[in-house]
Write a protein that binds this ligand. Structure first.
Ligand code: NDP
Ligand code: 8X3
Length: 270
């Protein structure tokens, strides 16, 4: 039987690249995002190219009821989720704190923190149930690796605050704390929990952050050869290939021109 990966935010960027990477490696996929046409196109492409099965699960991660209802209604055949890539998220605006837009703040917290928690809770319940059903709990063996793997998308912005990053950084600091908390609390169920913390990666992220202002979005990557979505997907996939008893807990990844959330070595010729 094929393994199953569940990816939130699969309609673009890291999520979409992960969908291709995991499909290429034989996984069946549960794919989430709000843009249903994109989900359909992606599902069609993956099924055709890799002959994998795809279950589309469109919902807005901010909607608590929809998240739990959708995940609890996953057909039995699909409930043995091996890997959750808890990825849906966004930044909105880059403003001095006192000038920040309250609606942007609410959307970031509702998506990156609350939505992130809802998805992780609903999926971890399925993983815990599976762990109990397979008897791993009673044997005390957490090393079987059969219980599942949760991969949380943090950020270098969740390790260090930068100017005008305020609320986005706070949301990713929360992800960092939740990643640690989940790892501690899910330890007894044999569930691996990994944080992936990328630096600047050219996806739709900056276009979303700057609300379609192409010039400002592009400026973020001036003088950089930033990470690509595929670079990040490669690393995420790698984390799932290690032996059952090995877990990468927390991994930061930047392009070679970025040291952390603040320091860049930009090259005008790049
Ligand atoms: P993209 O904008 O390319 O992709 C974001 C994805 O999240 C889309 O598929 C979008 O789908 C989905 N999404 C956003 N809001 C919701 C929602 N409310 N419900 C369901 N899905 C939602 O960005 P990235 O791929 O770059 O970002 C993915 C994650 O990585 C985010 O958590 C981001 O914070 C993080 N990150 C990004 C970095 C970067 O530089 N790009 C660096 C570090 C971390 P749809 O609109 O269809 O719902
Ligand atoms: C996204 C990376 O540096 O734009 O989390 O905050 S950054």
């Amino acid at each position: 039987m094929s393994k199953i990966v569940f990816i939130t935010g699969a309609t673009s960027g890291f999520g979409e690249a992960c969908a291709y990477k995991f499909a290429a490696n034989g996984y069946d996929l549960i794919l989430n995002g709000r843009r249903t046409e994109r989900l359909q196109e992606l599902a069609d492409a993956l099924e055709k190219k890799y002959n994998v099965a795809v279950l589309q699960l469109p919902f807005d991660v901010r909607n608590e009821k929809d998240v739990f209802a959708s995940i609890q209604s996953i057909p039995t055949d699909w409930q043995a989720i091996d890997v959750l890539i808890n990825n849906a998220g966004l930044a909105l605006g880059r403003d001095y704190f006192e000038e920040g837009d309250l609606s942007d703040w609410n959307t970031m917290i509702d998506t990156n923190v609350k939505g992130f928690m809802y998805v992780a809770k609903a999926v971890s319940q399925l993983m815990v149930k599976r762990h109990a059903d397979t008897g791993a709990a009673s044997s005390g063996s957490a090393s079987t690796g059969s219980a599942g793997h949760i991969i949380n998308l943090g950020s270098v912005a969740g390790k260090q605050v930068y100017e005008k990053g305020n609320v986005y950084c706070a949301s990713k600091f929360a992800v960092d704390a939740l990643n640690q908390g989940m790892r501690i609390d899910l330890l007894r169920h044999g569930i691996k929990v990994t944080a992936i913390n990328p630096g600047a990666a050219e996806t739709e992220f900056s276009m979303v952050r700057f609300k379609g202002d192409k010039a400002t979005a592009k400026k973020i990557y001036d003088g950089l050869k930033p990470l690509t979505a595929e670079d990040v997907a490669e690393v995420i996939y790698y984390c799932t290939t290690l032996p059952d008893h090995v877990c990468i807990n927390d991994l930061s990844i930047t392009c070679i021109q970025q040291a952390d959330a603040i320091y860049f070595n930009r090259d005008s010729t790049t």
